[in-house]
Design a protein around this ligand. Structure first.
Ligand SMILES: [Zn+2]
Ligand SMILES: [Zn+2]
Length: 448
């Protein structure tokens, strides 16, 4: 843990202005509690949709700070509202869930939790995506804001969202009245830690932040028979093999060069025994794109190719093609991003705020933005700076989110998360009531 003096000395060394220095002192005041909450949450992770204890912990802390807290919004979600006079309404979100990953970091506070997943399998459970860091930062930020009501005015809405990892929690919260039962925000904010940027820094990504993600399942129908008599059967494995190869030509031959397009066949399942031709073959795909029109083009091409390959093989029926899960790309309002970037530079210093390229990951923060609300999803550095530099020099990468080895450089990352959140909230909640939020006009990217 960084002590208060060290934090201020660091801020001074970074050339931070006196107002930012005062902010540093108030963050140091809440930091020990944030650090211990992190350790507690890290050792008690819960799977998506089952975040009962996690949600209850956050709810109790926020209630004690004077927030009006509602639990069980969209499942295990929580909404905490602090009204502080006229002004804007700003929402800050954290996720609540952990992953079915057995932690192998070897840290003294590593998770040892095991649980049954929804399919009944016994799995290790770990906060290997950093949502424990986001939660600890949010409670610390909530504390700073509650204790400094003379520095801002308006309404602060903090949410703990369940089931981000299954990209379902945001939609469930919205359907359960997040924007009708509670004050509708003028701006939505969130951040995410990752190991590709040094702890102590934040990354601003104006415009498209990450990808559209579509999960597609294709079931190919053939006609089973004896492996020695292929002429009596229609082999779905061969159809699947041809389909997989043809799918590879979508990104390489059909999509305009330079456009983001990933088509991955992540699994294929067929057959039971070497001398039996099975009736069916199933494959699962993930499709990633930045643009809506490219997404549409790829999904149409998958359908066309799968149908045509089945037809070419004289399959008894067309394949079943199901898009069973998906998320839209998160869009950071460019004007809002530029505005908040200045606030972040003021709080963290110019060197700590960098511009980043979009990610090929995806997540459901997009659901909030798509309600027509300008949003910023901030990238938070989580890597130990020396380890990151060594990895970059060696041409390797540090363990990424979801790895059993993922471990943020806690003290600088958590300090920076709190400082960034407080800076963005204070900035947005210092405007007079009715002042428009800096925005490029659309909550979602222009549909081309
Ligand atoms: Zn994740
Ligand atoms: Zn995550």
């Amino acid at each position: 843990m960084m002590n208060r003096g060290a934090g201020i000395a660091l801020a001074l060394a970074a050339g931070v202005c006196p107002a930012a220095l005062a902010a540093t002192a108030e963050i140091e005041a809440v930091y020990p509690a944030a650090h211990s909450l992190y350790l507690e949450l890290h050792q008690q992770p819960e799977l998506s949709g089952h975040e009962e204890q996690t949600a209850a912990k956050l709810a109790a802390r926020l209630r004690a700070l004077g927030y009006q807290v509602t639990e069980h919004v969209g499942g295990t979600g929580i909404v905490a509202v602090l009204r502080n006079g006229p002004g804007r309404t700003v929402l800050l979100r954290t996720e609540l869930d952990a992953l079915p990953v057995e932690e192998k970091t070897g840290l003294p506070y590593a998770s040892k939790v095991r649980a049954k997943d929804d399919a009944g399998n016994d799995v290790g459970v770990g906060h290997m995506c950093g949502h424990d860091l986001h939660m600890s930062a949010l409670v610390a930020t909530a504390t700073v804001m509650a204790k400094s009501r003379d520095t801002w005015h308006g309404t602060l809405v903090l949410i703990g969202q369940p089931a981000e990892e299954t990209v379902s929690g945001a939609e469930r919260m919205v359907k359960d009245g997040l924007f009708t039962r509670f004050p509708r925000p003028d701006v939505v904010l969130a951040l995410h830690v990752a190991n590709d940027l040094a702890a102590g820094k934040v990354g601003v990504i104006p415009g498209i932040y990450d990808t559209n993600a579509d999960s597609v399942r294709i079931t190919i129908f053939g006609k089973g028979g004896h492996g020695s008599a292929p002429h009596t059967a229609i082999d779905p494995i061969v159809i699947a093999a041809r389909t997989i190869l043809a799918l590879q030509t979508i990104a390489s031959r059909e999509v305009k060069p330079g456009e983001m397009a990933v088509v991955t066949v992540g699994y294929i399942r067929a057959g039971t025994k070497n001398n039996i031709i099975p009736d069916t073959a199933e494959m699962g795909l993930t499709v990633r794109t930045f643009k809506a029109d490219v997404r549409k083009q790829i999904l149409a091409a998958i359908t066309r190719i799968a149908n045509a390959e089945a037809q070419a093989a004289n399959a008894p029926r067309a394949p079943l093609i199901e898009r069973y899960e998906g998320a839209d790309a998160v869009y950071n309002d460019p004007a809002l991003a530029a505005h908040l970037r200045s606030a972040l530079v003021g709080a963290l210093g110019g060197e700590a705020v960098v511009t980043r390229e979009p990610f090929t990951a995806s997540e459901d923060f997009s659901v909030f933005v798509e309600q027509g609300i300008p949003g910023l999803y901030l990238h938070l550095g989580g890597a130990d700076p020396q380890q990151l530099a060594a990895a970059e020099a060696a041409g390797t990468r540090l363990p990424s989110n979801h790895s059993a080895l993922f471990a943020p450089d806690l003290d600088p990352a958590l300090h920076t998360a709190i400082a960034a959140e407080v800076a963005m909230l204070r900035d947005l909640l210092s405007a007079d009531a009715g002042t428009p939020v800096p925005s490029s006009g659309a909550g979602t990217p222009p549909k081309s």
